[in-house]
Structure formats: C-alpha cells, structure tokens
Design a protein around this ligand. Structure first.
Ligand code: ZN
Length: 263
C-alpha cells in the first residue's frame, strides 16, 4: 500500500529532533510520499532541503495568509507585494517544487482582506503562468475565494486543503478544477457535513492529508500531529465510503501524483 500525505508541515522545528525516525515509521506504515507546503520565504529553503534529501518528499512555495506581514504601512504595500512576487519567481524553479502555496484567504485573522487578496493574486498569476497547481488555505472566506478564482478565470486547479464544509461547496470547487484535501476532521463524529461530503464526492476529487503538526485526529487532541496519522484518516475514509483501505490508498495517491505531476 502507498499513501501520500498531500499536506504536512514536516519542515517545522517541532520535527527537528525526530524527523528521520518519524519518516522511517511512516514508510513502514506505507506512507511513503509527502508534500511540504510553503508558508513564508524564510522557510522555503528549509523545505527544499528536506525534500532534496528524501526521495519521495516534495515541497511548494507560497505565502500563507498567517505569515503575511502584519505591521505593514499602507504606502509600502505595493513594494511588499512585488517583492513577494520576485521571491516566488526565483524559488519556483527548484527541482522538487511541485506546487504554489499554501496561499489563500482567512477571514478570522487581523490582516486586511484586501492585502490577502493582493497576495493571492500574485500566486494565481504565477500558477496560471507556470501551470503549477495551487495549495489553498481558505477559512471563512469561500465566497471571496470563488469570486477571485472566477475573476482570474483560473484554470490550472489545485487543492483546497483541510476541506471542511458541505458536499455542495466541495462540488463547486471540484467543478472549478480543485481537489479537496481530506484530513483529520473526518475522524470527529460531530463533523457531519464534512464526513458526508467525503462520503459522496467523486473519489477522483479527493486527496488525503494530515496538516501535521496541526489538526490532531480524534482521540489525540492536544498532541503534536504526525504524518503517521494519515493511516487513520485513510482508514476512516474507507469506513465512510464502505470500500477497502487499499482502494482508498490507491486512488488518493494517484490523485496526488496526478495533481503534483509526479511520475
Ligand atoms: Zn498548512
């Protein structure tokens, strides 16, 4: 069995002491490919180094809304945005960079939505230009996101990571060329809407992810999440859909490899 963790912050410092040991355990469990999203310029090279050292680890470059400069004087916005564009353009050519992101919109943080949208514009333009898929973080801003994708006539696709929402919303993204990143949320019984969506969506639209070290699975709240837990998420999805674990693994892994253009 081969499982692909399509969203894991494996570069974060909380893994510095036992990263190799975790990766060995993952491999024993059949979790043998992983995507490290980009979150901020100072972290891109770290992620690139980790992916360069491991045969099935890949990375993205992007500026996550939480890492957008908060104390930016308005008059400096244009410079900041063009500086981010330039830095992204430089790093995108790294050999194991297979995605742009994570980037997106988050209505629950203080960073002005207008600035978030400008930064997302940069990612959309670059993805469109290079035909690289996007990894999108969207929290409480789905209407804004859909509108922005439509304005750009965005056609390259990508993944809406940590998808939490209804079947209808998921389908709307799928029709716009996006896959849905299904993660630990489906291990919580109270996450009815998302569990139902995960049950009903076309299997071709689904990627599996842990979002480790965040998003702990049910029963492990308060602990550091680990890519090892991808197996539990895959098992939960196979139970929900009433198909074998092997079937889920095969389809979801092939979806991830197709999206990130990995042979
Ligand atoms: Zn993330």
């Amino acid at each position: 069995m081969n499982l692909f963790d399509s969203h894991c912050h494996f570069d974060f410092a909380v893994f510095d002491n036992d990263r190799e040991a975790i990766w060995q355990k993952c491999n024993q469990l059949g979790i043998n490919a992983l995507m490290i999203p980009g979150v901020a310029p100072e972290q891109w090279q770290i992620a690139a180094n980790i992916s360069a050292q491991h045969s099935n680890i890949y990375h993205g470059v992007g500026l996550h809304p939480w890492w957008i400069e908060k104390e930016l004087p308005v008059e400096n916005t244009a410079n900041y945005v063009s500086d981010i564009r330039e830095q992204l353009q430089q790093k995108i050519s790294l050999s194991k960079c297979r995605a742009i992101g994570e980037c997106g919109l988050d209505a629950s943080i203080e960073t002005p939505m207008e600035l978030q949208q400008k930064i997302l514009d940069v990612h959309l333009e670059l993805a469109q230009k290079t035909s690289m898929p996007l990894i999108i973080h969207c929290h409480k801003a789905h209407n804004e996101l859909c509108e922005q994708l439509q304005v750009h006539k965005f056609s390259v696709g990508g993944v809406i990571h940590a998808f939490s929402g209804s079947y209808e919303l998921a389908l709307r993204y799928w029709k716009m060329g996006f896959r849905l990143g299904i993660g630990g949320i489906i291990t919580y019984e109270r996450a009815n809407k998302t569990r139902k969506a995960a049950q009903q969506l076309p299997i071709e639209s689904i990627l599996l992810e842990t979002d480790a070290p965040d998003m702990p699975i049910y029963g492990k709240q308060g602990e550091r999440n680990s890519p090892e837990n991808l197996l539990v998420i895959a098992q939960t999805l196979s139970d929900l859909r009433n198909v074998t674990l092997e079937c889920i693994a095969e389809k979801a892994t092939s979806n991830a490899r197709t999206l990130f253009k990995i042979n």
